[in-house]
Design a protein around this ligand. Structure first.
Ligand code: MRU
Length: 364
């Protein structure tokens, strides 16, 4: 399932502007680090794996922007500062940090290997070729990260398909589809692969207040593919489960801890509790870039809070008193005991997750 969610064209990142979907399918070119940060913060490009890929391209753009700096210390400081700003543009999705860390390692390796001890003896032409070397390496890494994301998402789909039976109905939240990754998606990759293998699948997509990624994006991409999808308001999910309309729940993740606790779009935890009560299997689908090797459990996950006006208004239209107090966490945390399995590119991880996740991460 291919959308041109992200491309590298003529030295720019080209994205589909997701804030305009499903009304308009418009592409936007991103040329600078500041433009990239704006696009990530405003959710023009969103979804944990996709912002990881964008972060890798962003590091290369940062290196390009620093090309004209001819003082070594100034060059290194500005490059790392720009990269830090990209890294901090969204705090919960660990993919961004993981991909940026890879870029930082590449820079540090070149700095350590290629610099003469006395930086001052570096001739201008040498310094130029050194900066070019950093840019080329970051660009190569971004292209590899992009390709790899597409391949691992397809693998997630292949493994996830094994869990889906013919004629099943799957409930999902937010958008963990092609639009949230380079291609295929994570949760939706499993549905795409089931559909392609000839199974009849139906999807309920929670609309996902406040920004409606479920109704605007998930419904849109599933319909484009010809998969039967029904959108519901988030507060309808429990009643659907009570009526036995849901066979499985499959969601994406923004950060998975070493014990299997995870963060995903606000509303995911509610679905997991409801699934447990109704004895419905609840799966998470994510690639290795979504695992936080430093996070022991959910206590270690920071939760992004977004603008109060996202709740008071929708697309400029007031939906609450202008000065009403608002609490607007973008994500919530689900404990591992509510998770039936984690679908990854290497297979389906089963409880106890401390062991299965550790074995899985050892492969990287
Ligand atoms: O705020 P968003 O739209 O970036 O939130 C996205 C999600 O919560 C997704 O479920 C998650 O990033 C996984 S995407 C494969």
């Amino acid at each position: 399932m291919k959308f041109n969610t992200i491309e590298w064209i003529n030295g720019n990142i080209r994205i589909i502007d997701q804030t305009l979907l499903p009304v308009r399918e418009e592409y936007k070119d991103i040329e600078t680090v500041d433009e990239l940060i704006e696009a990530i913060k405003s959710l023009r490009l969103r979804g944990a794996p996709l912002i990881g890929v964008a972060g890798a391209y962003g590091a290369a753009i940062a290196a390009r922007e620093c090309m004209s700096i001819n003082i070594y210390d100034e060059y290194v400081d500005s490059l790392f500062l720009k990269i830090k700003k990209i890294e901090e543009s969204r705090p919960t999705a660990i993919n961004l940090k993981n991909c940026i860390n890879r870029s930082k390692m590449i820079i540090n390796n070149i700095l350590n290997e290629n610099m003469p001890k006395d930086k001052k003896i570096l001739a201008d032409s040498e310094f130029q070729s050194f900066k070019l070397k950093i840019y080329d390496a970051l660009m190569k890494n971004a292209i590899e990260t992009h390709k790899e994301d597409e391949q691992i998402c397809e693998q997630i789909g292949i493994y996830g398909n094994q869990l889906i039976n013919d004629n099943e109905t799957i409930l999902t939240i937010c958008n963990a589809g092609s639009l949230a990754t380079s291609a295929w998606g994570t949760a939706l990759a499993t549905i795409y692969k089931a559909y392609e293998s000839g199974k009849k699948v139906k999807v309920y997509s929670c609309e996902t207040r406040p920004l409606l990624q479920g109704s605007r994006l998930t419904a849109y991409e599933l319909m484009k593919k010809g998969i039967e999808v029904t959108t519901i308001c988030d507060n309808m999910a429990g009643f659907l489960m009570q009526q036995k309309k849901i066979d499985k729940i499959i969601v994406g993740a923004d950060r998975i801890c070493r014990n299997g606790d995870f963060a995903n779009k606000i509303g995911t935890y509610t679905l997991a509790v409801l699934a447990d009560y109704h004895k419905i299997p609840f799966y998470v689908a994510a690639p290795y870039t979504t695992f936080d090797t430093k996070a022991k459990d959910m206590e270690d996950i920071p939760i992004e809070e977004r603008d109060a006006d996202d709740v008071r208004k929708f697309q400029g239209i007031q939906t609450a008193p202008t000065s009403v107090n608002v609490y607007n966490p973008a994500f919530d945390k689900t404990p591992n005991k509510l998770v039936s399995g984690i679908i990854t590119e290497k297979g389906i991880l089963m409880p106890p997750f401390v062991e299965s996740i550790s074995k899985y991460l050892d492969q990287y």
